[in-house]
Design a protein around this ligand. Structure first.
Ligand code: GLP
Length: 628
């Protein structure tokens, strides 16, 4: 491999950065195509190790395209999948066997006998022999040419949870709590996620001749950087790639955010001191040395590798004042703009007042999590606020909620009215109870059940919005079709989704839009809806309202913004934070990340305090995506 530039000195596994997951998937698919063509010429099969999860989906789509449009044949390909949930039959909607069929195998010409996936239903006493046979089979075909990998939040590859040794082989393992939490929405509740899986071992994976690990979106940034730049350790099984002679990471912009060359570029080469980079460096230095910005001295700059920043933009004292003022100007209690005030240095313009504010929530809970306090302020300050739940969120609702509702309904029938008067309602309740009974723990939700779950979430959303003073007529439900037709980790948006958003914008003609998902994995609900919004805004460019509309992004369950990235900081009083927390309590099924939002809001306030700004209880943070 060619020598790597000094900026990558901390990266112990070669890492390729791509502008998007699509670009990375295309590059990888081209490599696979070349590999397959070479092997076919020399009369060898191509042995691919495959992964599941949302990450490889764009890569599989590209392989399918190559098959359809460029006649790439998979007749000569043998595949081994990394893992399978233990306890799930191959036709279960969440089994990896079914995932692979739906995402790849059903759309290419691979012979069925060339596909290998560990069995999720092998009896317990045969697991060992099954795993050994899997290893033997990989060996018998000459080993894996190229192993594709994703990465879990615990740093696992396959299902090699922390503690998996470097030499581990295919075996049954117990899933980590974090992994089960991450899979909770796939299974409509953590309680339904299997506890065990069969996975290739780290040793099995490292034996492949070539490895490519893909990662998308900011939520993968921290663990990806740890795997690439941190110590090789059983605590992060992806770090073992550092020991492999031919392993690479393919990552997108979001997932690269924590790499030294992106996060602290001045430590590994000459930095271009743009305003954003300068802000990042000064804030980083202040937080690292625990000194407020205005107390940083020239020695601090020199000791932290920032002497060239000083010589370019110093003296230090002037630089400190500039950055301090910029940070100070991000703070506003008037997210919709302060009427009749000088707005030269305010994040949002004063006029027009009141503003039409459109708050987009990819799933019904996202906006309250990310900006419940700001929503509260916008309403209080007299703006025309609309909260739009872009999808129904029905896939998040556990069966137990539907059961509770249907059982109550059935009982109400006999308790308050005569059975004849209650006939239809009782029938409906019994249908739901029967569906729940028949589909069992892991079955797919038929439309009637999904509809009820969506209604339950609607009720929770209305309730949560009321707590913040938003009446039902200001809460809208878009029910985007991609969500209704899809499943987590494999959603696919269509022109109907885009049309729904374009007409929403045309109807409301907003002055301000709040949204999230710009930094999310592009295949997540927030990632998909953000990209749809971008396209819808591009399509609306000629409209009058579009020229005067500002776009703000908030973070919900994604990685929080760092202090230097914040363009608008809306302080929350202790009372407002309490109101937000109370409004979140209206939701029955929030993830641990969503539940910890108050801590994130407090952390923003602590950072601002540490930088020498005013001390608040909590802050909701926003980034400007576009301004009029
Ligand atoms: C599961 C799979 C891994 C995958 C991970 C991340 O744990 N066993 O192979 O890498 O999920 O999934 P996603 O790509 O959806 O983020």
């Amino acid at each position: 491999m060619p020598p790597r530039p000094p900026s990558e000195v901390h990266e112990k596994t070669p890492t390729v950065l791509f502008p998007s997951s699509t670009a990375a998937a295309q590059a990888l698919a081209q490599e696979v195509k070349t590999l397959m063509e070479e092997n076919t010429r020399t009369g060898r099969p191509t042995v691919l190790g495959l992964a599941t999860g949302s990450t490889p989906v764009p890569f599989y789509r590209e392989l399918i395209r190559l098959h359809r449009e460029e006649k790439l044949s998979f007749q000569n390909v043998v595949t081994f999948n990394l893992d399978e949930y233990y306890g799930l039959p191959a036709d279960h909607p969440e089994s990896y066997a079914r995932f692979m069929r739906e995402q790849l195998f059903d759309h290419i010409d691979i012979p069925a006998e060339n596909i290998n996936i560990p069995s999720g239903t092998i009896p317990s006493d045969q697991v060992f022999a099954h795993c050994k046979a899997y290893e033997d089979k990989i060996h018998a075909v000459g080993g894996i040419d190229l192993q594709i990998l994703g990465i879990g939040r615990t740093g696992h590859i396959g299902f090699n949870e922390p503690g998996s040794s470097r030499d581990s082989l295919t075996r049954r393992i117990t899933l980590d709590r974090v992994t089960r939490q991450d899979a909770a929405s796939d299974f409509r509740g953590e309680q339904n996620v299997p506890h065990f899986a069969i996975t290739m071992g780290v040793g099995t994976i490292l034996r492949a001749r070539q490895l490519v690990l893909m990662a998308w979106g900011e939520n993968k940034a921290a663990i990806t950087a740890r795997a690439i730049e941190g110590a090789v350790s059983e605590a992060v099984s992806a770090s073992f790639l550092q020991d492999h002679p031919n392993a690479r990471f393919f990552i997108d912009t979001g997932a690269s955010r924590e790499l030294t060359r992106i996060k602290l570029p001045w430590l590994v080469g000459p930095a271009s001191w743009t305003p954003a980079e300068t802000r990042r460096a000064v804030v980083w230095q202040a937080l690292k040395t625990s000194r407020p910005v205005l107390k940083l001295i020239d020695e601090d700059y020199n000791e932290h590798g920032l002497s060239d920043l000083l010589s370019e933009q110093g003296p230090g004292y002037q630089l400190n004042i500039r950055i301090f003022n910029r940070l100070q100007h991000t703070i506003t209690g008037w997210p919709g703009g302060k009427p009749d005030a000088d707005d030269t240095f305010r994040p949002e313009r004063a006029k027009p007042y009141p503003k039409r504010c459109l708050i987009l929530s990819p799933e019904p809970q996202d906006a309250i999590v990310g900006m419940g306090g700001t929503l509260d302020r916008l309403i209080e300050q007299g703006h025309d606020v609309r909260l739009i739940a872009l999808t129904s969120g029905s896939l998040r609702v556990p069966d137990s909620e539907a059961d509770k509702f249907a059982s109550t309904l059935a009982e109400l029938g006999s308790a308050v009215v005569t059975p004849a008067e209650w006939k239809e309602q009782t029938q409906y309740a019994n249908t739901i109870l029967r569906i729940l009974d028949e589909k069992g723990e892991f079955g797919e939700d038929p439309p009637a059940l999904r509809q009820l779950k969506a209604l339950i979430l609607r009720g929770e959303l209305r309730d949560a919005a009321h707590t913040l003073g938003l009446t039902s007529d200001r809460v809208h439900l878009l029910d985007l079709p991609f969500y209704e037709k899809g499943r987590y980790r494999r959603f696919h948006s269509t022109p109907d989704d885009l049309a729904a958003l374009v007409s929403l914008l045309a109807q409301h003609k907003p002055h301000q839009i709040y949204c999230t998902g710009d930094a999310a994995d592009p295949s997540s609900v927030a990632g998909i809806t953000f990209r749809l919004l971008e396209t819808a805004l591009r399509q609306s460019e000629g409209e009058d309202w579009a020229a005067t509309c500002s776009l703000w992004s908030y973070r919900g369950k994604e990685k929080p913004l760092e202090a230097h990235e914040i363009d608008m900081a809306v302080p929350l009083s202790p009372l407002q934070l309490e109101r937000k927390t109370r409004s979140l309590a209206r939701y029955n099924s929030l993830s641990t990340l969503e539940l910890s939002i108050a801590d994130q809001n407090r952390q923003h306030a602590k950072d601002y305090d540490a930088l020498g700004l005013a001390e608040y209880e909590a802050i909701e943070a926003f980034q400007r995506r576009s301004r009029p």
